[in-house]
Ligand binder design. Structure first.
Ligand SMILES: *[C@@H]1O[C@H](CO)[C@@H](O)[C@H](O)[C@H]1NC(C)=O
Ligand SMILES: *[C@@H]1O[C@H](CO)[C@@H](O)[C@H](O)[C@H]1NC(C)=O
Ligand SMILES: *[C@@H]1O[C@H](CO)[C@@H](O)[C@H](O)[C@H]1NC(C)=O
Ligand SMILES: *[C@@H]1O[C@H](CO)[C@@H](O)[C@H](O)[C@H]1NC(C)=O
Ligand SMILES: *[C@@H]1O[C@H](CO)[C@@H](O)[C@H](O)[C@H]1NC(C)=O
Ligand SMILES: *[C@@H]1O[C@H](CO)[C@@H](O)[C@H](O)[C@H]1NC(C)=O
Ligand SMILES: *[C@@H]1O[C@H](CO)[C@@H](O)[C@H](O)[C@H]1NC(C)=O
Ligand SMILES: *[C@@H]1O[C@H](CO)[C@@H](O)[C@H](O)[C@H]1NC(C)=O
Ligand SMILES: *[C@@H]1O[C@H](CO)[C@@H](O)[C@H](O)[C@H]1NC(C)=O
Ligand SMILES: *[C@@H]1O[C@H](CO)[C@@H](O)[C@H](O)[C@H]1NC(C)=O
Ligand SMILES: *[C@@H]1O[C@H](CO)[C@@H](O)[C@H](O)[C@H]1NC(C)=O
Length: 550
C-alpha cells in the first residue's frame, strides 16, 4: 500500500465514521480504511523497536537489547506495505538478515527453520542443545515462510531480483525442513489437527512447489491439505477450536490458500468456504455486548478479549473498526501484546479476506442478535477418543460455553492446562467490564453441558480425590477488592449443587502475592470444590447463574 492508498483509506475511514451513526450496521466498505488504520498503528508501535543499525527489531519484550526474528519478518512485510521514506530499503535488509540466519544443515531436524533471535548460540551444539519449542521452534518455518510468500505475492514490484531469488531459496529449504515434521516422531506434534501450523505448512509447500516446478513439493502440500480438509469438513470446524489467538492464525493461512492457490489445488478450492464456516462458528459464539467469543476455548492466552490481545481481535478491527473491536485504545498495554506485531499481515490480507464473511456473521460482530444456543463439535486425533461436543448458551449479558471430551492427555492437545479452557462463563458488569469464570483443566475426561443459565460438569472417571477449581475474575476497578465467597463476586449470583462437598475454599493468585502466580497475565480467585471423603459417586457440579445488581 502506498502513502496515497493509505491516505485514501483514511478518507474512507472518516466517511465511514460519519455513516456509522446513521445506519444500524456499519458499512462493510470501510474495510480498506480500517485495515489502513491497523497497519499504521501496528507499524508506528514497531517503529519504536526498530534497530536501524542492525536491521532487526529489538525484542518486543525488552530483553536487554537482543533482537527477534519472527516479529522482524512481520515488520518487514509492513514496511513493504507502507512504503514511505526508506521503508523498502529497510525491509529488504531485514529479510536478508533473517535468511542469513536460517538453519542450513540439511540433516538436522531444524533444517530450514529460522532463528528465534539472531544472538542465539548455534542450535545443536553441546552448550545449546536442540530442544523443540525452546531453542528452536518448528512453527517459525510457517510464520516466516508465509510472510515471505505474502511479500512476493503483494510487493514483488518492490523486491530486487537477487533478493527474490534468495527468498525463493529460503522458502525451498523451509519447505523441505517442514516435511521432516511428523506428529509423534522426534518430539514433534504436527498432526493435521494442529490446525494453524498444518494449514501454513500445506500452503508454503504447495506454493513453493508450483513456483519452482517441484511436483513433489506441490503434491506434499496437497496431501497435507487433504488431511486438514477431511478433519474440517466433518463438522465445519477447526480442530484447534475457538482460539482467540490461533483461530486468527488459521484464518490468516486459509486466506493464503484461497487467494494465492488455483482452483486446481484443494487449497484453492476449499480455502474460501473454510474461512466462511470458521467465521460462522465464531460469529455464533460472539457476544458484541461483551466483545468476547464465548467459550470453550481450546487454546487461549487470556480470559477476556478486551484485556489480552488476540489475533482474532485484529481481524475484527479490520471488519468493524477498532472502536467496535475487542481492542484497547492502547493495544500495547494489553496482555499478550507482542502479537500486535502480526498486525501488518492481517491488514494486508483484510481486503480479500473480509469479503468472504457472511452478512449474518458480520452483523453479529456489531450487535448481539438475541439469546440463542450453539451446538457443534471439533475433533483432534490422536488426542481425542471421540470428537469433543460443544454446547453454548448466549444471552445479552451472560454467556456460557463448554465442551465434553475424552482425551489421552490433560490440558488439551497442546497439553497445557493454562490455555485449555473447556468450560467458561462470562458476564457484563455494571461498569461495562466483563466478569469471567473458567474451569481449570485437570482431567482427561469431562462431560460438560452449557444450557440456559447453567453449567453441568461431571468427571466420568473421577474419584473422591477429584477437585473442581474455578478460576474467577477479580472485580471491576471500583468493585470489592476482597473475595471470600460467591457473594463477593460482582455482577453474578452463583448457586451450586452436585455430588461435591458444598464447602469450598477461595484463594487468590495475584501479580505480586497470594497463593500462586497469575495465568496468562490474569489475576484470579480460585474457588475449589472437593468430594466428600470416601464418596463413591461420580464427581459432579452443577452451577446456576443469575445476573445480579451488585
Ligand atoms: C459499497 O461500495 C459499493 C461499490 O463502491 C457500492 O455500490 C455500495 O453501495 C456500497 N455499500 C454501502 C453499504 O455503502
Ligand atoms: C548436521 O546435522 C547432523 C545431524 O544432527 C550432525 O550429525 C552433523 O554433525 C551436522 N553437521 C554440521 C556441519 O554441523
Ligand atoms: C539451503 O540449503 C542448502 C543445503 O541443502 C544450503 O547449502 C543453502 O545455503 C541453504 N540456503 C539458505 C538460504 O538457507
Ligand atoms: C516452471 O515452469 C514454467 C512453465 O513450464 C516456466 O515458465 C518457469 O520458468 C519454470 N520455473 C522454474 C523456476 O523452473
Ligand atoms: C520426487 O520424488 C521421487 C520419488 O520419491 C524422487 O525419485 C524424485 O527425485 C523427487 N524429485 C525431486 C525434484 O525431489
Ligand atoms: C450483504 O449485505 C449487502 C448490503 O449491505 C448486500 O449487498 C449483499 O447482497 C448481502 N449479501 C448477502 C449474501 O446477503
Ligand atoms: C444488559 O446490560 C445492559 C447494560 O447494563 C443493560 O442496559 C441491558 O438492559 C441488559 N440487558 C439484559 C437483557 O439484561
Ligand atoms: C459426543 O457426542 C457423540 C454423539 O452423541 C458421542 O458419541 C460422543 O461420545 C460424544 N463425545 C464425548 C467426548 O463425549
Ligand atoms: C437453549 O437450551 C435450553 C436448554 O439448555 C433451553 O431451555 C432454551 O430454551 C434454549 N434457548 C434457546 C434460545 O433456544
Ligand atoms: C441438588 O442435588 C440433589 C442431589 O444431587 C437433588 O436432590 C436436588 O434436587 C438438587 N437441587 C437443585 C436445586 O437442583
Ligand atoms: C486452586 O486451589 C486448589 C486448592 O488450594 C489448588 O490445589 C490448585 O492448585 C489451585 N489451582 C490453581 C490453578 O492455582
Amino acid at each position: 500500500m502506498t502513502i496515497s492508498a493509505l491516505l485514501h483509506g483514511l478518507r474512507i475511514l472518516i466517511l465511514a465514521i460519519l455513516c456509522v451513526g446513521a445506519a444500524s450496521h456499519a458499512n462493510r466498505n470501510a474495510t480498506a480504511a480500517f485495515a489502513a488504520n491497523l497497519l499504521q498503528e501496528s507499524m508506528s508501535w514497531m517503529d519504536m523497536y526498530y534497530d536501524a543499525e542492525v536491521g532487526y527489531l529489538y525484542s518486543l519484550d525488552a530483553a536487554a537489547l537482543t533482537h527477534e526474528t519472527r516479529a522482524s519478518a512481520w515488520y518487514a512485510a509492513g514496511l513493504f506495505a507502507r512504503n514511505e521514506g526508506d521503508d523498502v530499503e529497510q525491509a529488504a535488509r531485514i529479510v536478508r538478515n533473517v535468511i542469513d540466519g536460517q538453519h542450513r544443515n540439511v540433516s538436522s531436524q531444524w533444517f530450514g527453520d529460522y532463528q528465534i533471535y539472531p544472538e542465539e548460540p548455534t542450535v545443536g551444539t553441546k552448550q545449546y542443545p536442540p530442544k523443540i519449542y525452546n531453542s528452536w521452534d518448528p512453527n517459525w518455518r510457517g510464520f516466516v515462510g508465509t510472510t515471505f510468500v505474502l511479500i512476493l505475492e503483494e510487493f514483488s514490484h518492490l523486491v530486487p531480483y537477487d533478493l527474490e531469488k534468495y527468498i525463493l531459496e529460503s522458502l525451498y529449504n523451509t519447505s523441505i525442513g517442514d516435511s521432516y515434521r511428523v506428529g509423534g516422531v522426534d518430539g514433534d506434534n504436527l498432526y493435521p489437527a494442529y490446525s494453524n501450523p498444518s494449514i501454513m505448512r500445506a500452503f508454503v509447500s504447495g506454493w513453493v512447489g508450483r513456483r519452482l516446478n517441484d511436483s513433489n513439493m506441490t503434491s506434499a502440500g496437497e496431501t497435507d491439505a487433504r488431511e486438514v480438509i477431511n478433519l474440517f469438513t466433518r463438522a465445519n470446524t477447526l480442530s484447534e477450536f475457538n482460539s482467540g489467538t490461533y483461530a486468527g492464525v488459521s484464518l490468516f493461512a486459509l486466506t493464503l490458500w484461497a487467494k494465492y492457490l488455483p482452483e486446481s489445488s484443494l487449497m484453492g478450492k476449499y480455502g474460501a468456504s473454510m474461512i466462511q464456516n470458521t467465521w460462522a462458528s465464531l460469529g455464533s459464539l460472539y457476544n458484541a455486548n461483551l466483545k468476547n467469543v464465548a467459550g470453550p476455548w481450546d487454546r487461549s492466552y487470556g480470559y477476556d478479549m478486551n484485556r489480552y490481545l488476540s489475533i482474532l481481535a485484529l481481524q475484527i478491527w479490520t471488519l468493524v473498526g477498532k472502536k467496535n473491536a475487542p481492542i484497547n485504545a492502547k493495544p500495547y498495554a494489553m496482555g499478550h501484546k507482542d502479537d500486535f506485531a502480526i498486525g501488518p499481515l492481517i491488514a494486508i490480507i483484510a481486503p480479500f479476506h473480509n469479503t468472504l464473511i457472511e452478512n449474518t456473521t458480520y452483523n453479529a460482530l456489531l450487535a448481539f442478535p438475541g439469546t440463542h444456543n450453539v451446538s457443534t463439535s471439533a475433533f483432534s486425533p490422536p488426542y481425542d477418543t471421540y470428537p469433543r461436543n460443544i454446547t453454548a448458551w448466549l444471552s445479552a449479558n451472560l454467556t456460557i460455553g463448554a465442551e465434553s471430551f475424552s482425551e489421552n492427555v490433560i490440558g488439551g492437545p497442546s497439553i497445557n492446562s493454562k490455555s485449555f479452557n473447556p468450560a467458561v462463563v462470562q458476564w457484563a458488569r455494571k461498569d461495562g467490564s466483563v466478569g469471567w469464570l473458567t474451569l481449570h483443566a485437570q482431567v482427561k475426561q469431562l462431560v460438560a453441558v452449557a444450557g440456559k443459565q447453567m453449567l453441568d460438569l461431571t468427571y466420568p472417571s473421577g474419584n473422591d480425590r477429584s477437585t473442581f477449581c474455578f478460576l474467577v475474575s477479580t472485580n471491576g476497578r471500583m468493585g470489592k477488592r476482597d473475595v471470600a465467597s460467591w457473594a463477593d463476586v460482582e455482577g453474578l449470583d452463583v448457586t451450586v449443587n452436585g455430588t461435591v462437598n458444598m464447602d469450598y475454599t477461595v484463594t487468590f493468585n495475584g501479580l505480586v502475592g497470594g497463593a500462586g502466580d497469575t495465568i496468562n497475565d490474569f489475576e484470579f480467585w480460585n474457588f475449589t470444590y472437593r468430594m466428600p471423603a470416601g464418596s463413591t459417586e461420580k464427581p459432579r457440579v452443577l452451577l446456576q447463574f443469575e445476573l445480579s445488581e451488585s
